[in-house]
Design a protein around this ligand. Structure first.
Ligand code: FVT
Ligand code: MG
Length: 352
C-alpha cells in the first residue's frame, strides 16, 4: 500500500491569487455601489445630526469660582451664575437651541421636604432670570423634582421609607410655578410621580403660564447610569436607598408605552426617555407609535464611559461621540440631552 503524503499547507505555487481575472458573481444588487465615494454616501444618508438636535444640561453652583470641576465627569464643571450666563451665550452662538440647568444645592439648604425648591430666590430661579435677561434667545428647560433639595436625596417627600405620591406632586406644582415665574420656558418633571403632568399643567395655566411647555421625563428608568450626576449635584452623599418605587424597572418596555400615553393625555408637549443608548429600543418604539416630539437623555454614566475611554486613547473622541448621538436620530429621537452638546456643536461647525 502506498502511503499518502499529507501536506498541511498547499504548495507555494497554488497559493497565487488572480485578483483581476476572478469571475464576476453576476449580482444585480450591489449595496456597495452607493458607498463608493463621499458625495454618494452624503447623497443617500438617511439621518443627520445638527446643532438643532442638542439640549445641553449644565450644573449650577453658588461659588466664587466660575467653574468647579465635577470629578466623575471629566470635562464638565459646575458653573456659578455669571459663568452660566457666559456659557449660555456661547451655546446660543454655537446654535444649541436649549439648555437644562441643574443645581448643586448647599447641604445646609437641604431638608426633608425640599423647601428650598419653592424659594423664588433660589440658585435655579436666580440663574434662570440672569440667563433669560442676557441670552433671551436660548430655551431654558427646568427640572421639576426635589432630589437636589431633599436631605434624603429622593425626588419627593417621604413618610418613613415611603416616597409619597400625591403629597410630592403638590410640592412639585409649586416648584414648577416658581421656575415658570422666574422665566423657565419648559418645565421638565423628572420625578416620576403619577399625575404630576396634569397637576403642573393646570397650575401653569391658572398662573398665566399657558405658553410654558412641559417636557415629561415619561419613561425614566431606575438606572445605574446616573451615578456621576449624583456626584455633580451632591446627592450621592445624601441618597438613602434607591428609586425603584417610582422610576421604571429596566426590564420593561410595554410599561414605558403606558407611561408615555398617560403623560401625553395629561398634557405633555414633549416626552423623554432616559437613559439614552441602553434604551434606544424604547425610544424607537415610542416614536414609532406616538409620533410626538421625542427626546432622549444621554446621561452622566454614558458620558463618563465614553470620556474614560477617550481619555485613555482607546476611542477617537469626536468620532465616537458623534456616532453615539447619530444613533439617537436613527432611533427616531427629535433631540438629545447631552453633556457633549458644545463639543459636538463645535465639531459639526468645523465639519461644515
Ligand atoms: N433629572 C436629571 C437627571 O437625573 C440626570 C441624570 C444623569 O445625567 O445621569
Ligand atoms: Mg408617569
Amino acid at each position: 500500500m502506498k502511503s499518502r503524503v499529507v501536506t498541511p499547507f498547499p504548495a507555494p505555487e497554488s497559493r497565487q491569487v488572480e485578483v483581476h481575472s476572478a469571475p464576476s458573481l453576476g449580482l444585480t444588487r450591489r449595496m456597495r455601489r452607493n458607498r463608493k465615494a463621499e458625495w454618494s454616501r452624503r447623497l443617500v444618508r438617511e439621518n443627520l445630526l445638527t446643532s438643532d438636535d442638542l439640549i445641553w444640561p449644565i450644573f449650577l453652583m453658588d461659588a466664587a469660582e466660575a467653574c468647579t470641576p465635577v470629578e466623575w465627569m471629566p470635562g464638565v464643571d459646575r458653573l456659578n451664575i455669571d459663568e452660566a450666563v457666559r456659557q449660555a451665550a456661547a451655546a446660543a452662538e454655537l446654535g444649541i437651541p436649549a439648555i437644562a440647568p441643574f443645581p448643586f444645592v448647599e447641604k445646609a439648604l437641604r431638608d426633608p421636604t425640599g423647601s428650598e425648591a419653592l424659594n423664588g430666590q433660589n440658585l435655579m430661579c436666580r440663574a434662570v432670570r440672569a440667563i433669560k435677561k442676557e441670552v433671551p434667545q436660548i430655551g431654558i428647560i427646568c427640572d421639576a423634582a426635589l432630589d437636589p433639595y431633599t436631605s434624603h436625596g429622593h425626588d419627593g417627600v417621604m413618610d418613613g421609607e415611603r416616597v409619597l405620591n400625591d403629597a410630592s406632586v403638590a410640592i412639585l406644582v409649586r416648584q414648577a410655578l416658581a421656575l415658570a415665574d422666574a422665566g423657565a420656558d419648559v418645565i421638565a418633571p423628572s420625578d416620576m410621580m403619577d399625575g404630576r403632568v396634569a397637576a403642573i399643567r393646570e397650575a401653569l395655566d391658572a398662573g398665566g403660564h399657558e405658553d410654558v411647555q412641559i417636557m415629561a421625563y415619561a419613561a425614566k428608568y431606575a438606572s445605574a447610569f446616573y451615578g456621576p450626576f449624583r456626584d455633580a449635584i451632591g446627592t450621592n452623599a445624601t441618597l438613602i436607598g434607591d428609586k425603584r418605587t417610582y422610576q421604571m424597572d429596566p426590564a420593561n418596555s410595554d410599561e414605558a408605552m403606558a407611561e408615555v400615553a398617560l403623560d401625553l393625555e395629561e398634557g405633555a408637549d414633549m416626552i423623554m426617555v432616559k437613559p439614552g443608548l441602553p434604551y434606544l429600543d424604547v425610544v424607537a418604539r415610542v416614536k414609532e407609535h406616538f409620533r410626538v416630539p421625542t427626546f432622549a437623555y444621554q446621561v452622566s454614566g454614558e458620558y463618563a464611559m465614553l470620556m474614560a475611554a477617550v481619555r485613555n486613547g482607546w476611542l477617537d473622541g469626536d468620532k465616537a461621540i458623534l456616532e453615539s448621538l447619530l444613533a439617537f436620530k436613527r432611533a427616531g429621537a427629535d433631540g438629545v440631552l447631552t453633556y457633549f452638546a458644545p463639543r459636538v456643536a463645535k465639531a459639526l461647525k468645523a465639519a461644515r
